[in-house]
Design a protein around this ligand. Structure first.
Ligand SMILES: NC(=O)c1ccc[n+]([C@@H]2O[C@H](COP(=O)([O-])OP(=O)(O)OC[C@H]3O[C@@H](n4cnc5c(N)ncnc54)[C@H](O)[C@@H]3O)[C@@H](O)[C@H]2O)c1
Length: 353
């Protein structure tokens, strides 16, 4: 099959980790007889330098015309003094909004080979962790009405509409069907009206997925459960604010920012795939960055946007095998392992594919 992929290398380590990941995609294309047509576009600091805007219209148009988007990372100290609406981060927010990416999928996977990176005790994590946080990304308090009464008061409104809750709940249940068939809804329904509304709609959607078990947790309890009993979770679905906090908490259970992928999905199968980390300016252009977060983001892209499940499984298996062989970039290095650079890590994964 032939697929169109928009590629945004971005800033800092972005171009290095994206180059390594595109090589893995090329290897998948060879092995499984697909064609990936890449169109490279600008966003973030690179776009500010070239076009004086963090998000050129051409980038939006090409992304919309593609089957999926692969993004490295945006931003860096060079653009720290650029005015707010022209900053690289503003470009990223605008891109997510213009592509209608309302569901943020953040898997927190602790690989057996990297158990030492987890800050929790061995008896709590057992043989590893695999949690998927599904966060609503374009509604809730971050996008609600806001205001300020001078020095006296300020407010941000948390509001969710029925379609907004329905579609994110449906995303979570659909993903649970491909995993452990369990959804934990996280809200604050003991206090917030918006959460009681949210919960009732999640329960309605659950009726369409009788094979999936649904339970509810208040967000304060969920934050606690993630550290005392994280193995109870399969898919967590939650709103924008709670998801922002819980997805960071869950990802840090794996201890290694260079390992974790993410997907932001819109209606249908279109999505944007990127590592959760930033542009790591401290190690940019040194061939030191860990490309695994981006390479496993590519696996998510194959699974969720292109329906290529065997190909996604093959990439994940190759990553696991490479780790089991002892290859480590600096960020995940421990004594006795073999240190490799960005390019070498990509090559080892391709050899194992
Ligand atoms: N989605 C995005 O594009 C995104 C997300 C977060 C931050 N940022 C931007 O990135 C810039 C740097 O932000 P930061 O320093 O707070 O966070 P960061 O994630 O870039 O880096 C934090 C630390 O983790 C290390 N690190 C990150 N990714 C790594 C990798 N793949 N391999 C090895 N080490 C890695 C870095 O070297 C650094 O020490 C800022 O301009 C920020 O706004 C962008």
């Amino acid at each position: 099959m032939n697929y169109k992929i928009a590629v945004i290398p971005g800033d800092g380590i972005g171009p290095e980790i994206v180059a390594a990941s595109v090589k893995v995609l090329d290897a998948v294309a060879d092995k499984f007889d697909h064609t990936f047509d890449y169109t490279e576009v600008l966003a973030g600091g690179a776009a500010i330098d070239a076009c004086d805007t963090p998000l050129p219209q051409e980038t939006i148009d090409i992304c919309k015309n593609s089957d999926a988007v692969l993004l490295g990372a945006l931003g860096g100290p060079k653009w720290d003094n650029v005015p707010g609406d022209k900053r690289p981060e503003a470009g990223l927010l605008a891109l997510r909004k213009s592509l209608g990416l309302y569901a943020n999928l953040r898997p927190a996977i602790l690989y057996e080979e990297l158990m030492d990176s987890c800050p929790l005790k061995a008896e709590i994590i057992g043989d590893g962790l695999d949690i998927m946080v599904v966060r609503e990304l374009t509604g809730g308090i971050y996008f609600g009405e806001k205001g300020r009464d001078g020095e006296n008061a300020a407010w941000d409104i948390m509001k969710y509409s029925r379609p907004e809750v329905e579609r994110i709940a449906r995303t979570a249940f659909t993903i649970a069907m491909k995993r452990g068939k369990k959804v934990t809804n996280v809200d604050k329904a003991n206090v917030l009206e918006v959460s009681r509304f949210w919960r009732s709609i999640v329960e309605e959607v659950a009726k369409d997925f009788p094979e999936v078990t649904l339970n509810h947790l208040y967000v304060d309890n969920a934050a606690m459960q993630l550290v005392i009993n994280p193995k109870q979770f399969d898919v967590i679905v939650t709103g924008n604010l709670f998801g922002d906090i819980l997805s960071d908490e869950a990802s840090m259970l794996t201890g290694s920012i260079g390992m974790l992928p993410s997907a932001s999905m819109s209606d249908g199968k279109f999505g944007m795939y990127e590592p959760i980390h930033g542009s790591a300016p401290d190690i940019a252009n040194q061939n030191k960055a860990n490309p695994i977060a981006t390479i496993v983001s590519v696996a998510m892209m194959l699974r969720y946007s292109l329906d290529l499940n065997d190909e996604a499984d093959a990439i994940e298996a190759a990553v696991k095998k490479t780790l089991a062989q002892g290859y480590r970039t600096g960020d995940i290095y421990s004594e006795g392992m073999t240190m490799v650079n960005t390019v070498e890590m990509g090559q080892k994964i391709i050899e194992n594919l």
